[in-house]
Design a protein around this ligand. Sequence first.
Ligand code: NAD
Length: 426
Amino acid sequence: MSIKQLPSYLHGEHVGPWAIFLEQIDRVTPHLDQYAGWVDTLRRPKRCLIVDVPIRMDDGTVHHFEGYRVQHNISRGPGKGGVRYHPDVTLSEVMALAGWMTIKNAAVNLPYGGAKGGVRVDPQALSPAELERMTRRYTSEIGIIIGPEHDIPAPDVNTNEKIMAWMMDTYSMNVGATTPGVVTGKPVSLGGSLGRRDATGRGCYIVAREAMARIGMRMAGARVAIQGYGNVGNAAARAFHDAGARIVAVQDAGGTIHAPGGLDPHALCRHLDGGGALADFPGAGKIPQEDFWSVDCEVLLPAALENQITVANAGAIRARLLVEGANGPTAPQAEDILLDRGVLVVPDVLANAGGVTVSYFEWVQNSASYFWTEADIHDRLDRALTEAFRAIWQVAEDKRIPLRTAAFVVACARVLEARALRGLYP
Ligand code: NAD
């Protein structure tokens, strides 16, 4: 092979999301000054593991699933990132998600590299016993590269506290010692952290508060529209409401509600927990799904899926501030439209970093075997994200670049500084 030839995973059928990540790295390279010479490090994952996950199904047959664990970069510390169970998971997607974790962890200055894992599976098609066997075999297969000092998985799409408990148990059985710090997002009774469940939504509120202060927008009475009322959306809604903002619209997969005077997000949580549909919430009126984007508001928080704000709806958005609770909710061309119109976009790598920040706190508590109060967690999360916002805002001002590019500049510079200081071995 010629030394100029690219590794096989950098072209051919494996492109996809990884190609988007590479494009983002290309865009940030001119701003990296003295570290630009090391940027190729970010264009190659450090380690990609593809594993066969055979399990015995309940009917006695054996089925093989394909699993992945990618450590994109570990220059600043162990790999960190979730595990996704989805039938569409590919190596390209896991590589890109691992790359974005490198950026997110460095953007908020956590002492971690970036990693991600996944299994190509529809978990809804498995029985609980099959799901457990698959999780345990997958954990065992990736056990050669994970560990509290190597790479620490966490929940992502279709994985949860229960799956983290199985992963922790499997790893612990294999090494012969209870090892809570091998995963985060565990149940509190197994070493999980207080405050983890609401951390991502609280983080969205904290970065929004910082952005509002800089553009002279008052929190009291600010109108907030939220897409998605799951883990991220509902915690953010409660945090905004408790700080004096008004939640004027909410959309979930089943409907959209509008309350120009503001609705009570705590009452909405009780309504949904009781099995009610969002559209039947008595404290608001129903509107068509497509009207959500043009609701009159100051703050828009997409907290559902990727690629929701597109060239088709970006022109209708009236908010002055967009806070990306979801990962990748804004198409790049839609972001250009919003920036041209003077909308401030707080990017996902900063806006939804509250979750991984409290995961870091969980890991620190596990290694010390000493647990903090919920108030302590909230306070430390607030300080971490406020400081991250300040540093990224400063770079955006100095270089006159959007916050997303600034977050990439801050993150890439931190990773590449570590890379340069460590040098090449041998
Ligand atoms: P969740 O499954 O708890 O909630 C998702 C919400 O989105 C639900 O209310 C669902 O009804 C709604 N939704 C689904 N499809 C929709 C559609 N087509 N239109 C409108 N609403 C729709 O998920 P979550 O954990 O809250 O995650 C939401 C987003 O935040 C994802 O992009 C996720 O990757 C990202 N994120 C989550 C965390 C975390 O800690 N949970 C951390 C970082 C990023």
